[in-house]
Design a protein around this ligand. Structure first.
Ligand code: ZN
Length: 287
């Protein structure tokens, strides 16, 4: 099928109380692993690129391999630009064929974040491109935020309501206590905020910092309104470990395609696990 935006898939996920997995790809092999995992579970999927990956390969190479895989696939697939602060890159991705983008102006003061996010919605909407916007600070685990400090970084439900009513994002990423990277201890998720923000905004929420959360945490966040779950770090690990582990087992063999194949299987296995956990395959069967 042609690439689609996130509108339908997130509306269905919200209604069905499941979440669509958004996986950060790194190259053709990881993209193929994401698409194959979606096919094997009959699930919709969001292929995400970080700005780093988009710049590393260039937008025309990425759109070519994503389209090649998506157009011959029976499952709904969106191509989404993750955390982008740069309007020029957002524009470039939209022109290349991305169907969805995230404007991350969350480091700016509230009014500036609101204005910039709205500007992206106005640029994207006439072209049927969906937009995700962020409020609060989704920290990296390396930022070592203490629990006391955490509350200051979380999205405020009152502000979230105003932000969403003025920006009208298709998907909203409020900071709710998750972090990017690998958690050192048990993350403290502000479930009450997810609940209040989902109720007050009515917008499908994106859960960032998914790698390393327990099954129970995922399920609770999804039940409260997270319709998109981002997984990035897990794929970085599988990408490298899948490669290295194969070579460690077969260290006299120098057949790159076998190593690439092992990497693909390792990526796909982890992605399928997450899709099943998020409930997307069940939702797809329900139509
Ligand atoms: Zn994120």
């Amino acid at each position: 099928m042609p690439l689609e935006n996130m509108t339908d898939m997130l509306a269905k996920a919200s209604a069905g109380k499941y979440a669509v997995g958004a996986f950060n790809i790194l190259d053709y092999n990881s993209t193929k692993a994401v698409v194959t995992a979606a096919e094997e579970t009959s699930s919709p999927i969001i292929i995400q690129t970080s700005t780093k990956t988009a710049i590393f390969w260039g937008t025309s190479a990425i759109i070519a391999w994503v389209r090649e895989l998506a157009e011959s696939s029976p499952v709904p697939i969106a191509l989404h630009l993750d955390h982008c602060k740069d309007l020029d890159l957002i524009r470039q991705c939209i022109e290349a064929g991305w169907t969805s983008v995230m404007i991350d102006a969350s480091a700016r003061p509230f009014e500036e974040n609101l204005a910039l996010s709205r500007q992206v919605v106005e640029m994207a909407r006439p072209r049927r491109i969906t937009v995700e916007a962020e409020l609060g600070a989704i920290v990296g685990v390396e930022d070592d935020i203490h629990v006391k400090e955490q509350d200051a970084h979380l999205a405020d439900p009152e502000q979230a309501a105003r932000f969403c009513s003025e920006v009208e994002p298709d998907c909203f990423a409020p900071a709710v206590g998750t972090a990017h990277g690998v958690y050192k201890g048990e993350p403290k998720i502000a479930y009450d905020r997810i609940d209040q923000i989902a109720a007050r905004t009515g917008v499908p929420l994106a859960l960032h910092g998914g790698t390393g959360l327990s099954d129970e945490v995922f399920k609770k966040c999804i039940s409260l309104g997270c319709a998109k779950v981002n997984i990035s770090t897990q794929l970085k690990y599988a990408f490298i470990d899948g490669f290295v582990a194969y070579h460690a087992r077969n260290n006299t063999e120098y057949d790159p395609l076998k190593v690439i194949g092992a990497q693909f299987e390792e990526l796909k296995r982890g992605i399928i696990e997450k899709i099943k956990l998020f409930g997307g395959c069940q939702g797809e069967q329900e139509g």
